[in-house]
Design a binder for this molecule. Structure first.
Ligand code: HEC
Length: 93
């Protein structure tokens, strides 16, 4: 019985994590709490970008081969295009 309860708790936790999509707390270390910083001193300020520009940038990073952009490729490669598009609607302007 104990085992069954534990298994369903784990299953619930896993599905919640999948539904949550992009986790912005990781991003904010570099981009600032309100997306107001130039990440590593060189990104554009994401707070000033439009939803569309952000979506385009995030999806493009998944397939980039530019050395400068590898830092962002690592961040976005685990997410689907749909997740990145949906997340882009929640930040920027
Ligand atoms: C280790 C620091 C770091 C982390 C963590 C990070 N970024 Fe970035 N981000 C950068 C850098 C550096 C750039 C500029 C890269 C380039 O294009 O040269 C950038 C660029 C961007 C851009 C495009 C801005 C531009 O310059 O065109 C967006 C949008 C963005 N990041 C969103 C995110 C999101 C969303 C996350 C979390 C999933 C994230 N970043 C996590 C460092 C980081």
């Amino acid at each position: 019985m104990k085992k069954i309860v534990l298994t369903s708790i784990i299953a619930l936790a896993t599905s919640t994590a999948l539904m949550a999509g992009v986790n912005p707390s990781v991003c904010k270390g570099c981009h600032g709490h309100a997306w107001e910083k130039k990440a590593l001193g060189r990104s554009d300020i994401v707070a000033n970008m439009t939803h569309k520009e952000i979506a385009r940038a995030l999806i493009a990073y998944k397939t980039t081969t530019e050395a400068d952009e590898m830092v962002m490729k690592t961040q976005v490669s685990r997410y689907s295009d749909a997740d990145l598009k949906a997340f882009a609607q929640t930040i920027g302007k």
